[in-house]
Design a protein around this ligand. Structure first.
Ligand code: PEP
Ligand code: MG
Length: 587
């Protein structure tokens, strides 16, 4: 028996027989061409692009029918990569200038593109390298006319692979696999996102897994904790089975409550909203009970392109988001970019501390034209629904005033051009300690607050949110964090403006009572977490939550706070349903 720990990519516990897939290696020919062969080779390459586009289109349709309709956007992105000017033109240039065949030229181009991705420090954007690989693989298969040999796993297998593309996962889903494990990948890869949406338990980033497992080995995948057990003994299997049963039972109960309002037992209505990165996530979010979009991270619009999005791009995207949201509100966060979060289009000099560098609203205020393109686009789209605009990483009043002045300038210009410009509520993200400390001053300048606890915790506790070595120190229960939240809510109440919490904390059921008690009435989160949070809200009592908040605000350490909060939760869930059902599986 062997136990490995990787990254928990998609919830669920699965038992099965391992099916090991070797990543197909495409043996592409390399040869030089005569000058009179070059035109024909370029034509061959262009035809291969058209054929591949058609294949991707078909895969997209299959993904749709496999239940992944929310993520067909990923295949669309692959189609865009396929048509990308740099990929196409650079390959044609290699064919003509280096007089080499299309396969070889394509390999050269892809190596160059991936080198650019390698320079990006942000994990999410670096993971996009694999998207370029998947597209290039498809294109090479078409060019070489070699059909990849897909050996379908038997039903209910647990697939073990080096890496899986979203399209490969859609195929495996139809083979009814129980789970998958990959050697590479991160929680933010598209494949992991799709696995969550298709409810396929997954663990990724298990680098040594190929050494340890062979086809036919019995295997347990715990996607909640990122654990994989190979050849488990009977006792371990029984423990995981018990844990899975408990998890399934609580999921069944959750589903029963899904359509009920998020209302405490004494009638306080709490608004549960979704955080999204792509428009296509909205239908899924609504079906999980999201009452709107509390945070749209618009920087993903800048992903994988060679030029910055134009005003028209912003307007078109915003219109789509608003349309998909129906009558529900959408909060557009203006782009939160920096050297750690920006590929291609905007070269920025490297920084020793990107989190403390020229990023987010600071960057936007320096790159006025880029910022104005977004603001004008958002204003043009805003009239078609209930849109709000908010600025990230605000450090003080002058950031807000400068950003608002630019927004007013955009509105005035659009008005002069004859457009009708709606009044759009403008908010500030409270994610820097300085902003929280002067929340009373900021509250007079904006129409709403949204507390970004991911960054607030990072900056207040000096814990790099991307560094797994200090992750355990990022404690939401830290008295400093609770005081900051309380201070922000008090300031907002005094000016009668609403406050949302949109960091990961909002999706943590252990925090829900406390946030309600601290006065928060809107929570925005990964939509899959909504049913679970709703469940806590529906058991909560406002007065008891208030008293809990008062009590813990007087405590000295995060552990003391946690103890009190967990015992308050135990009281409203005497069945223990709020606790992770896996305390008995320690080895
Ligand atoms: C936050 O900082 O809490 C937040 C919601 O924004 P992001 O995670 O995108 O930085
Ligand atoms: Mg943030």
């Amino acid at each position: 028996m062997q136990r490995l720990t990787g990254i928990a990519a998609a919830d669920g516990i699965a038992f099965g027989s391992a099916f090991v897939i070797d990543r197909r290696r495409i043996n592409a020919p390399k040869y030089h061409l005569q000058p009179d062969e070059l035109d024909a080779e370029v034509d061959r390459f262009r035809r291969a692009i058209e054929a591949t586009d058609l294949q991707l289109q078909r895969i997209k349709e299959k993904l749709y029918w496999a239940g992944g309709e929310d993520h067909t956007l990923i295949l669309q992105a692959h189609q865009l990569i396929l048509q990308d000017e740099q990929l196409v033109e650079q390959t044609i240039r290699h064919i003509r200038e280096d007089a080499i065949n299309a396969e070889w030229a394509l390999r050269r181009t892809v190596t160059g593109i991936k080198r650019l991705f390698d320079q990006v420090e942000d994990d999410y954007f670096r993971e996009r390298r694999s998207d370029v690989d998947f597209v290039a693989d498809h294109l090479l298969v078409t060019l070489t006319d070699k059909k990849p040999v897909h050996v379908d796993p038997p039903p209910e297998a647990v697939v073990v692979a080096h890496d899986l593309s979203p399209a490969e996962l859609a195929r495996l889903y139809r083979c009814q696999i129980r789970a998958f494990v990959t050697e590479v990948g991160g929680r933010n890869s598209h494949t992991s996102i799709i696995a969550r949406s298709l409810a396929i338990p997954a663990v990724v980033g298990l680098s040594e897994v190929f050494v340890s497992v062979g086809t036919g080995d019995s295997i347990i995948v715990d996607g909640f904790r990122g654990e994989v057990v190979i050849c488990p003994d009977d006792e371990v299997t029984r423990r995981y089975q018990r844990r899975r049963d408990r998890r399934s039972k609580s999921a069944r109960v959750l589903r029963r409550e899904q359509d009920l309002p998020a209302e405490t037992v004494d009638g306080l209505r709490v608004r549960l909203l979704a955080n999204i990165e792509f428009a296509d996530e909205i239908p899924g979010a609504r079906s999980h009970g999201a009452e709107g979009v509390g945070l749209y991270r618009t920087e993903f619009l800048y992903l994988g392109r060679r030029t910055l999005p134009s005003e028209e791009d912003h307007a078109a995207d915003a219109r789509r988001v608003i349309e998909l949201a129906g009558a529900s509100p959408v909060t557009f966060r203006t782009c939160d970019l920096g050297v750690d979060k920006l590929p291609g289009p905007m070269p920025l000099s490297r920084e020793a501390n990107p989190a403390l560098g020229l990023r987010s609203i600071r960057l936007c205020l320096e790159r006025r034209e880029m910022f104005k393109a977004q603001l004008r686009g958002l204003l043009r789209a805003a009239g078609s629904g209930t849109a709000r605009i908010m600025f990230p990483m605000v450090s003080g009043v002058s950031d807000v005033r400068r950003a608002r002045a630019l927004l007013a300038e955009c509105a005035e210009e659009l008005g002069a051009e004859g457009a009708s410009v709606p009044e759009v509520p403008v908010g500030a993200m409270i994610e820097m300690p300085s902003a929280a400390i002067i929340a009373d001053l900021l509250a007079r300048e904006v129409d709403f607050f949204s507390i970004g606890t991911n960054d607030l915790i990072q900056y207040a506790l000096a814990v790099d949110r991307t560094n797994e070595q200090v992750a355990h120190l990022a404690r939401a229960f830290h008295p400093a964090i609770l005081r900051l939240i309380r201070q922000v809510v008090t300031a907002a109440e005094a000016c009668e403006i609403p406050v949302t919490v949109c960091g990961e904390l909002a999706a943590d059921p252990a925090m829900t009572l406390l946030l309600i008690g601290l006065g928060v009435r809107e929570l925005s989160m990964n939509a899959l977490a909504i049913p679970q949070i709703k469940r806590v809200v529906r058991r909560a009592n406002l007065e008891a939550a208030r008293q809990l908040a008062e009590r813990v605000l007087a405590l000295s350490t995060a552990s003391e706070v946690e103890e009190q909060v967990m015992s308050a939760l135990d009281e409203i869930f005497p069945d223990g349903g709020h606790r992770p059902a896996d305390d008995d599986t320690q080895f």
